[in-house]
Each structure stands twice: as C-alpha cells, then as structure tokens.
Design a protein around this ligand. Structure first.
Ligand code: PRX
Length: 637
C-alpha cells in the first residue's frame, strides 16, 4: 500500500501526473490535452480540451453493469414513503425531466433554479440539468422569499423547478407561495415554473407560467435525451453561500474537474464501493448534498439514500430516535455522512437505540460542517464502534480539504482535529497581518490554500471574477493565496485544528449564515435604527444568532410588553426574508452598540462578552457603556 505521505507529496509536487491518473476514474467522451492550466492565477482550468458529462458518469455509465441495482433510495419519514429507483429507473426519470426542461425552453448554458424539498424529483432535476448542459442553481428549501429573490435575480434562471411544499415534524411547509413572492420581488422573471405536486399543500397555478411535473412527465414518458458532451471547463452549477457582505456569492463549479474530484474522493477518502449504499443526512440545498447525496455516490456506482425528515421521527410518523440506524440496517449502508449537530440531537435519545439495529455493514461515519466537539465524537464513536471521521471543507472547495484518506492509508484520528491536508490541497497557516508562514506547532494563523487549487474547487464567483479574486485571494497582505477565513493551528504531527471563522460568518446547526444578511433584514424594520448580529456558542446547534438592536425611539425600552412584541416582529421579519434557519435566538434592545472611535462595529468584542470570554484589548473602543449594556442584557437571557 502507498503511504499517504507519498500519495500527498506526488499530488503537490507532480500535480499533472497525479491528476492525470485520477482522471481515469471517470469516463470521457474526448480525452483532454492538458491536465492543469494555471497560466492565469488564481484561475485554473483542469483537463482542457476534454469532454465529458456529469450525468453520464453518475447514471448512464452504470447501465452496463448495474442497471437493475438501486441508485436512488428516496425515504421520507414525513410522508411515510420509501421508493427505490434503480439506475435504469433513474435513467428514465432523468430523461423525462430533461425532455420537460427542454420543452420549457432550457438550452445548454441556461440556468435552472431548483427550490425543492428532499424529494427524488430534486435529484432528477439536478441530473437532468447536467445531462443537457444547463447550469443548476439549487436554493436550500429552508430559505424564504427574500433570500430566494436575490438568488433568482443573480442567477437569472430560464426555468425554476419547485414543489407545492415540504414537511417538517409532520407539519406541511408551503413552498409555492414563497416562490411566487420571490418571483414578484425579483426583477428577473423565469420563463416557466415546473412544479412537483406532492399533495401536501394547495397551490395556485399561474396560467402560462406554471406547469405540473406529473403532466410533463406523462408527455415525455418515453423520452430519450442523450447526454450533451460538455467541455471540461463548462459550468455545471452554482451554489450560493454567505460571506462578509450581505450579498450571497454564487460559487461556480466546472464539469470534468468536479467529476474527477468526486470520483477520487469516493475512492481515497470515503472508501465507498460500487454496489454498496451511501447515506448522507444533509440536504440538496447545501454543498454536501450536491457532492455526497447526488453526484459522488452515484459516480461511484453506489446507491444513495435521500432522506426527508427529522433524525428523531419514524416511518410511522411517531417519535423514533433510531430511524437513521433502522435505515443503515435495512439498506446495508457502508458509508454514512452527517453533521455534529445531528449527533448532538441523537445524543439526547435512548443510547439503547445504537445497539438495537444490526449496523455491521457500516464501515465509517463522516462528520462535517462545524467543529466536532470531543464529547460528541466520543459518544458516537463508542456507540457505533466504527471510525468517526471528521472532515473540514467548504462550499467553495466542493470536497474535503482536511480529513483522513481512509482509502489510501487509514491513519488514526485525533479528537478535535479534522485531520491532515488532502491530496491536491497545499494548505498553509499564515499570519493574518504580515502574511508570514507559520510553521511551528501550535501557532495560530489563517488557514490558506496555495494555488493551483485542485479539481472540484470553485472556478470563480458567478459573473464576478473581480469579487472572486478580491474576496478570496487578496485578504493576506502581499500573497496571492486562497483564504478559507478560518483560524487554525497545526500540531507536531501535522494535524490541523480549526478555531472558528475570521469573518462574520456564523454556523448554526451546520448551516452557514452571514450575520450581515440577518442585520440587513432586521434593519428593514421601521423602528430599528441600528443592529449587530453575532454568533454565540450553543450546546446543541454549535452557534446561534443573537441580535442587539438600537431602536429609533429608545423610550420603548422601558415597556417590556412592547419590547416583547418588537422582538417577535423582528423574528417574523427574518423568517419572512431569510427563513427560520436565520432567525436570531434572541433580540435584545440597547441604546448604543460597541464601536471603535472610527465607528466600526466591534462584533468580535460583542461575541466575546456574550460567551463570557475576555473581550481583549478595548483601548480603541469609543463608548465602554455600550459594552456594559450587552453584558447586562446577556444576564437576562
Ligand atoms: O468554518 C468552517 C466550518 O464550516 C465552514 C464551511 O461551511 P460550508 O460552506 O457550509 O461548507 C460545509 C462543507 C462541509 C468552514 O469554513 N467547518 C466545516 N467543516 C468543519 C468546519 N469547522 C470545523 N470542523 C469541520 N470539520
């Protein structure tokens, strides 16, 4: 067996040879002429001259050997339904969806926005876009009209694929009214809307614009839509993520590099094999859903479970904290992927649930999206008795940056560390202000990646190369390096530890949110003069948002009933604009916010005070009284 150290070294020292080898893991229509073009840093083109297709590699390719094997297992504990689609079934459904999209006018390069719950049709739509060379843009179903509208505006989709609604904890959540409102708010109007009607909530159809999937599917039931052969660098999708400003960034990915990166990660990191079952508990609205619910497992020839529902609800809709383990047993899941938050929820359930089911098929559980705390890691590790593998990455990277490459050499994990740099990632720690490289163990710096970034990594920000370069590649003085905006340290064995974000991004139950977006929503309330939103540590969700609001009329602060009413109004506003995921846990009213003398909001100081930590050097602070108010308000939380 190759040692991981040698494998890694080759990827950094001879990237062309390394990635040319990995390219053999997918099928090509036309071979590439050049492995890596890094002539115009930081932009990188992988596999120039080649042609391939993500849908071909995820679906058609497997028809020869495994047409009758499960490909997509759609399970909903919300509706109590389970349906297995074989690769042949999936091939049929994807072609029907592709034909329907084409009939609605979608052509190669057009954007299709997908706003859907966790149902099979969402995967059909993604794969259908990939098949015909349309660019999909999936928006998390938990987002509300305001978030959705800004994404419609930016992506300018020709068609939107959606549904009547989702369901959570047995409660139907209408999507269609939110979509209609978002389309009304956006200056870009889609040509058509394709709707999967689940019969969950009533829908009003807009004549001439809205179409039902059930009808188009019937029209195109025998459709044969061949895969469009796409240039390696053709855009496969965009996915929006939060950053420092209120405007979400459309992370853009290519076709061939992404396919190779996922195929390689399935082999070297996840060690998932064709014919087995992969279960990721994420959502298709997030990057984990793109890479490890839809594309990764299917490219590897695995069945993938798409699960709609809470981790604590059984198929009979009664409480059941063992539902995921029931699915592992039933579908002989070999590799599972989840988030620390979900494990913390399960930790509150009866521990006997971990031994009730036959979990002998399971080889490893991967956890990502937020720091994995030691008690949670120990609890699940002792309960499942399989390796628990923390992995650190981002929407931008598309696949793990730091973890353990189990398929190459199963090195030991260390509690609290997501692991070591993955092949292709030249990860460094730099001093935030001087840009100096930090090499001594235990030194804290910004985690950066030196270019060329590996296949699968974002190409740019959709339609904004300048923002891509300025945001990600120019934040460290004097160096053109990609900043992750995470703090980290490395120990003497080369294991990294992630210490939180350097920017204003917070992580609530594994959901990445920008505090600026929440602030913008709250500022829209007529009585709000100023607001600061910070992320505060939370035992279950990792972090929660806390909002501190200065009112235009501070006399209201004396009236607790009025304050309670305002808090509720502000929360409702955030729900309506962004979605309940972004709703602050608390809104507290103050007369001033802590700022520097030049007027810059001291968010990190507010956060430190909220978490009961030392607020550090406060000499630049303008008004110490403002900080005292935050302290006082926290005591009443
Ligand atoms: O701060 C890091 C944190 O989540 C951010 C990326 O979130 P997102 O774009 O939603 O992508 C999630 C993909 C798994 C990172 O910048 N993060 C992610 N994984 C970890 C983590 N923090 C600590 N440990 C992790 N394993």
């Amino acid at each position: 067996m190759t040692s991981y150290a040698d494998f890694y070294r080759q990827s950094i020292d001879q990237p062309d040879a390394f990635w040319a080898d990995q390219a053999g893991l997918i099928e090509w229509h036309k071979p590439f002429d050049r492995v890596c073009n890094y002539d115009n840093p930081p932009f990188v083109n992988w596999y120039e001259g080649g042609q391939t297709n993500l849908c071909h590699n995820a679906v058609d390719r497997h028809l020869l050997d495994r047409a009758g094997q499960p490909a997509l297992i759609a399970v909903s504990s919300e509706t109590g339904t389970e349906k297995i689609y074989t690769f042949a079934d999936l091939h049929g459904e994807v072609q029907r969806m592709a034909a329907s999209l084409k009939a609605l006018g979608v052509e190669k390069g057009d954007r299709v926005l997908i706003y859907m719950p966790m149902i099979a049709e969402a995967a059909f739509a993604m794969l259908a876009c990939a098949r015909i060379g349309a660019v999909h843009c999936v928006v998390f179903g938990g987002f509300a009209s305001g978030s959705l509208a800004s994404r419609i505006e930016d992506a300018a989709p020709k068609v939107i694929v959606s549904s009547d609604g989702g369901s959570r904890g047995g409660k139907a959540l209408p999507y269609k009214p939110l979509l209609d409102e978002a389309i009304r708010l956006s200056s870009h109007k889609p040509g058509a809307v394709l709707l999967a009607d689940r019969g969950l909530t009533p829908m009003d159809l807009v004549a001439g614009r809205d179409h039902l999937w059930s009808e188009l599917r019937t029209t195109h039931v025998d459709a044969q839509v061949p895969c469009e052969w796409l240039d390696s660098t053709a855009i496969s999708y965009t996915i929006y993520t939060s950053g420092t400003t209120g405007k979400p960034k459309g992370v853009q990915r290519d076709t061939a590099g992404y396919a190779v990166a996922l195929a390689a990660s399935m082999k070297h990191i996840f060690d998932g094999r064709a014919g087995e079952t992969f279960f990721s508990t994420s959502d298709i609205g997030w990057v984990v859903g793109h890479s490890y619910i839809v594309y990764g497992p299917l490219i590897a020839g695995m069945a993938t479970i798409m699960y709609e529902g809470l981790p604590t609800q059984g198929m009979d809709k009664k409480p059941n904290g063992g539902i995921w383990w029931e699915l592992v047993e039933k579908y002989k899941v070999t590799v599972m992927f989840s988030a620390p938050t979900a494990v913390r929820v399960l930790k509150k359930q009866d521990p006997a649930l971990l031994t009730k089911y036959d979990l002998s098929s399971l080889r490893a559980l991967f956890l990502a999206g937020e720091p994995l705390d030691e008690p949670t890691a120990r609890w699940i590790s002792e309960g499942l008795r399989v390796p628990i593998i923390d992995n650190y990455w981002q929407t931008e990277s598309g696949w793990p940056i730091l973890t353990i490459a189990n398929g190459v050499e199963p090195k030991p994990s260390k509690f609290g560390s997501p692991g070591i740099p993955m092949y292709g990632y030249n990860v460094k720690l730099l001093h935030e202000a001087t840009g100096e490289e930090l090499t001594a163990p235990g030194e804290k710096g910004v985690v950066v990646i030196e270019g060329p970034t590996p296949p699968g990594f974002m190409q740019t920000i959709w339609q904004d190369d300048a923002r891509f370069v300025n945001t990600y590649w120019k934040s460290i003085p004097g160096k053109l390096v990609y900043s992750t905006f995470d703090w980290g340290i490395r120990d003497a064995d080369g294991y990294f530890f992630i210490l939180g974000r350097t920017d204003d991004v917070i992580n609530v139950a594994g959901h990445r949110l920008g505090t600026r977006e929440i602030e913008e929503s709250i500022s829209g309330h007529g009585q709000v003069a100023e607001v600061a939103v910070v992320g505060v540590a939370d035992g279950l969700k990792g972090q929660v948002a806390m909002a501190f609001v200065v009112l235009k009329d501070s006399s209201v602060m004396g009236d607790s009933a009025a304050c309670g009413k305002l808090e509720a109004e502000i929360m409702k506003r955030v729900d309506g604009d962004l979605g309940a995921v972004a709703r602050p846990a608390r809104v507290r009213f103050v007369t001033a916010l802590p700022k520097t003398r030049s007027g810059k909001l001291l968010r990190r100081v507010i956060q430190a005070v909220c978490e009961g930590r030392d607020a550090g050097d406060l000499t630049s602070m303008d008004d110490p009284g403002a900080l005292q108010q935050i302290r006082d308000r926290m005591e009443t939380v």
